[in-house]
Every structure is written in structure tokens, then in C-alpha cells.
Design a binder for this molecule. Structure first.
Ligand code: SF4
Length: 348
């Protein structure tokens, strides 16, 4: 069965609210991975692919689903609930069932041991073949785009998200857009929860991290949104490398995530570039014409939020450009904490 979801994009460039709700519902039921392809019906572009499909199948409004079971023409479903009831019930992939069990750990343990020591392309192909769109690449830096490039070349489905803290450089926003258009992919940009952010800024202002450390701000702008986002996936893929900092010296290629979980319990975390050096990563980027942040041309190496990132000099370690007013041992923002709910000083 091949399922195409047609989503509507408004003339303003925003996705329609109903499409977002439909996707949220599919994710919350653990069946988002059953969608093989997403096509856009663009409101003011009658010849966009989704608008053409709507005309062809006589469907008035997105979202709708086209289900092709290999017998000829696809069958349209304009109700997400009917589509789920008739086509998806009981078909959830059992690798990570809703109730964690010893069998789950065995499955993940097998995958972890199979992937250790493998090249990044092999890791990505295996993970995407297993999880499809339920595996998401967390995109922020150059390494992550190398992974997107490798993932795109597999021809398999995958998801990409990016944490928009609201404090990124203008160049970084342009970079995100460049990656989205270069690969023709959807990049889900995740904002902090508005109520929590408003309360934090009202109480602490916009630059409290220079006074009492970055972890509270990173907690609101990065960690909490990430925790919520990862509930909707079964595996996430990062660009962490062992050589990025002493805090990452033990990064594994594949592991059961010690800090975050999916809504079904177990969450697999992949770091396919763990054993690559910075030089290897940049050689891949240049050889494959992978887009990168223009700030790299101006001496920035590890790029995070604008107030917390500065260029480094030749010979300085890349992480010296991040939170430079703090101890090197706490230069992690909580995205890769060692234990649930903690902002470990030992990991990012
Ligand atoms: S990197 Fe700086 S601005 Fe960004 S979330 Fe962390 S403390 Fe806040």
C-alpha cells in the first residue's frame, strides 16, 4: 500500500490548520510512518501537484489521502479518521509496540549492535528502511545537512525538524530555507511553548544567561520543545561527533536514548557521524555540494543562538565559540543530556 497525503499551503505560505491537526493526530497514534509521500496543494497555484490531484480525484479540500493498493488508480480519503479506521487500524509496526516489553529492548539492542562501527550511509539506510518518516534528522548545523544529503540519496522517506529558539542569526534562518529548497524537503521548525517562554522572559529578561548560565534559557527554548517533538518519533538522528568536545568523546553511533522518549516509550538515538572527524565531515560537504551556513565563511565553527555564539580563532577548539563566559565542562545545552529530565554538565 502506498499512501500520499495532500496538504494545503495557504497563499501566505503557512500550512492550513486542519492539515497540521491531521498530521498531529497521525503522529499521536503512532502511524505517521505509514504516510509514504507528502504533496502540497498550494492555494494560489492551481498547477501545484496537490491542486492537480484534488481536481483529478474530485476532492474539494486538503488534507486528503490517496491510497494505492497496487490495483490501479488510488482511492481518495478526505476524512483522516475514516482513512485511519479503514486503512491503518492494526497495522502499526511492531518494532516498538505501545507497551514497552523485553522484546523491544532486544530489537533495539540488535539494531544498536548491528550499527556500531558502520559508515554513516549504512546507518542511515538501515534506520530509514526500518522507521521511514518516524525517524527524524535534528537539523541545526553543517553536520546535519551532510546527513540530510546522505538520507536524500537513499531515496527513502525521512523527517527533518529544527529547533527555532527565536534567537538564531539571520544567516541561520536563510541557511534553513536554503536546505529546505535545495533538497525539496519539509523542515518542521519547532518554536518554544509560548506561555512558558513569555513567563521566562517576563521574569528573567532576554539575556539572563550571561548572569546565571545558559541552561534555564536553553531549557525553555530548546530542551522542552525537543522533548515534546520527540514524542512523535521512534528514532532521531543527530550530527554529534566524538571530536567535537571532550563531553562527546563517548558518543555512540546508535543507542537507546537515555534522556528522551517517544510516546511509545523507547526512542532510538543515532549519531552516524560519531566516528568521523571535522575534516572528514567538511570533505563530504565540499565534495557533494552540500549547503552550509554562510557564517562558516566568517570564522564561526559551531553555530548556535546569536547571543551565545562567536567566531573562533585558528587553533581554538570549535566549542570555545559557544557560551564562552562559562566553564568548558558545562558547554552543553541539554539536547543530549545523560539522564531524563537533567541538564547534565557532561553532555550537550
Ligand atoms: S543558546 Fe543562548 S539564547 Fe539560545 S537557548 Fe541557549 S541560552 Fe538561550
Amino acid at each position: 500500500m502506498h499512501v500520499t497525503m495532500v496538504k494545503k499551503r495557504l497563499a501566505s505560505g503557512e500550512p492550513c490548520k486542519k492539515c497540521i491537526e491531521a498530521e498531529d493526530l497521525l503522529r499521536s497514534r503512532g502511524v505517521w510512518g505509514r504516510i509514504d509521500q507528502v504533496v502540497w496543494a498550494i492555494e494560489n497555484e492551481p498547477e501545484s501537484e496537490g491542486m492537480q490531484l484534488a481536481r483529478r480525484y474530485g476532492v474539494e479540500a486538503a488534507p486528503f489521502f490517496l491510497v494505492d493498493e497496487g490495483g490501479g488508480d488510488a482511492v481518495p480519503y478526505s476524512s483522516v479518521l475514516r482513512f485511519m479506521r479503514e486503512k491503518l487500524d492494526g497495522k502499526r509496526d511492531a518494532l516498538i509496540p505501545s507497551t514497552p516489553s523485553p522484546a523491544v529492548e532486544v530489537s533495539i539492542a540488535d539494531l544498536v549492535s548491528e550499527l556500531e562501527g558502520r559508515e554513516p550511509e549504512h546507518v542511515l539506510r538501515k534506520v530509514l528502511a526500518t522507521f521511514g518518516r518516524d525517524a527524524a534528522i535534528a537539523f541545526s548545523g553543517a553536520e546535519d545537512v551532510a546527513l540530510i544529503d546522505m538520507a536524500a540519496k537513499t531515496g527513502l522517506s525521512f523527517s527533518v525538524f529544527c529547533l527555532d529558539t527565536g534567537r538564531l542569526h539571520p544567516e541561520t534562518y536563510r541557511f534553513i530555507e536554503k536546505v529546505r529548497t535545495h533538497y525539496g524537503i519539509e523542515v518542521e521548525t519547532i518554536s518554544p511553548e509560548a506561555t512558558e517562554l513569555r513567563a521566562f522572559v517576563r521574569k528573567k529578561g532576554l539575556f539572563s544567561f550571561y548572569e546565571d548560565g545558559h541552561q534555564e534559557c536553553c531549557g525553555v527554548r530548546k530542551v522542552a520543545p525537543l522533548r515534546k517533538t520527540l514524542l512523535g518519533y521512534r528514532a532521531w538522528i543527530t550530527g554529534q561527533r566524538k571530536d567535537q568536545s571532550p563531553t562527546r568523546a563517548h558518543v555512540a553511533i546508535a543507542q537507546l536514548d537515555p534522556s528522551f522518549s517517544s510516546q511509545n516509550g523507547a526512542l532510538l538515538k543515532l549519531n552516524p557521524l560519531a566516528n568521523w572527524s571535522s575534516a572528514q565531515t567538511w570533505a563530504y560537504i565540499r565534495a557533494n555540494g552540500v549547503p552550509y551556513n554562510e557564517l562558516h565563511e566568517r570564522g564561526f565553527v559551531s553555530i548556535g543562538c546569536e547571543p551565545c555564539t562567536r567566531p573562533t580563532n585558528p587553533g581554538q577548539h570549535e566549542r570555545e565559540g559557544r557560551w564562552w563566559w562559562e566553564e568548558a565542562s558545562i558547554k552543553e545545552c541539554g539536547l543530549h543530556s545523560a539522564a531524563p529530565g537533567t541538564l547534565s554538565p557532561l553532555h550537550k
